[in-house]
Design a protein around this ligand. Sequence first.
Ligand code: GLC
Length: 530
Amino acid sequence: MSDPGEPWWRTAVLYQIYPRSFADSDADGQGDIGGIIAHLDHLQWLGVDGIWLSPITVSPNADWGYDVADFCAVQPDLGTMAEFDLLVARAGERGIRVLLDLVPNHTSDQHPWFVDSRSSRTSPRRDWYVWADPRADGAPPNNWVSSFGGPAWTLDPATGQYYLHNHLAEQPDLNWWNDEVRTCFDTILAFWLDRGVAGFRIDVCNIIVKDAQLRDNPPATEEDDFEAQLFGQRPVYNGNRPEVHDVLRRWRRVTGRYRPPRVLIGETPVKVDALAAYYGNGDDELHLAFNFPFITAPFQADALRGVVEDTERMLPPGAWPAWTGSNHDMSRFATRWADGDGRRVRAALLMLLCLRGTPVLYQGDEIGLGDWPVAPDDLRDPVGVRYFPAYAGRDAMRTPMPWRRGPGGGFTDPGTRPWLPLGDTAGCNVDDQRSDPGSVLHWARDLLALRRRTPDLQTGAYRSVAAPDGVWAWQRGSRFLVVLNLGDHEAVLDSVEGDIRIGTDRGRDGQSLSGPVSLREWEGLVIETR
Ligand code: GLC
């Protein structure tokens, strides 16, 4: 049972839904809010406590919802506000809370604010975005590059200035030094919180404030990470500014007025030491921050243990980690970490669900769904369209959720063409796994259930335990030991006294241990020690 003294989001398991690819209720080939409502049974049966929806707000879809044209209205092809309210109510009846994606760094270029801002240099909203004069030779104001490649500036010929966009040119960056922008977002947060939203995942929240002087980024060096080297510069001034913390503290005050408590989860693609700063003093900025060093680490004991130990050491007292292996931007863990191997998929789920922190699963993780490469003609992600074949973009991790085998895959009508191709629905789908007690889906559900009834696994402290090469072992709370063999050979642990509560090899569930314990390759155990 959960400790009633803990805020719900600490003991919760969260689940990300990419609405356009989850379930289609009106046979137009795109998932929608009605489709989410229709599949709440699945989520309740699985045992999740909250769902985070990738953007459902109005968007011309240059970046599939991450270019918002109205922050307080529902995108018509995803549903209506009435359906959204119904989703919150129906999910609530099942003990599932609904979180939204907040995209504060930029808007769509079709947003009325930007239309107004670009209309003239004297527009009242000119300063809501980042405008700057060309350099003497007409070049962009500085050297910043967009994280989608190319210059981060586009010239507006009519007014003779450049505007900043850290992503597509269709996604102009807001100017977070402007007080009206800040106040306006307070209202947007309140609009959704008042409707019963349980919190927000905050899109690229580390870059919303830029250097006020728009200084050039310094060149990358060999010491820098892959991305900095790719772009040739370190993102020192176009993001990751200290002043971003003022904004996060402000939002924490806004959410802090609500009961039950609401949660702020940041998309924070930074190193662990910088990640720690996004928790503020542990109680005044983000509640949870996505850990990119973890998600991008290889599936090896030393690498993952290293990130977890760093995180445990560097987070301020009171802060709570978040663990995720997949999302709509990164290759799915069933492919990236597990290479389609069911043993490794089970090991990855065990890891995500047994660390200290809030696990965030991505739709399909529970059935071990892998990436599905999309043919060049079917690409939808603007980044893939721009860079194919050097980079195919993010469509492979956004293909529709396979609910059952056969045409339409239970995602859409058998006769309808889905917006992105279905993968191999016969090889991996919810229905088949649900009728197979040995499936990944049952494994995920049983792990969630064990976690829910085991306070040590929910809130117990993490402590690494010595283990042979390739094995990662850790203690949770006073009684639980988790062991994971992330190597491709058998390993033996010295001496364990206890009972296996769950094992990746379900034949070992309930086994009593006394003495050395052997683990086959990719085997994991959750042990209640004596
Ligand atoms: C975040 C989103 C990604 C989007 C980008 C720009 O990284 O997760 O999907 O393209 O921000 O909004």
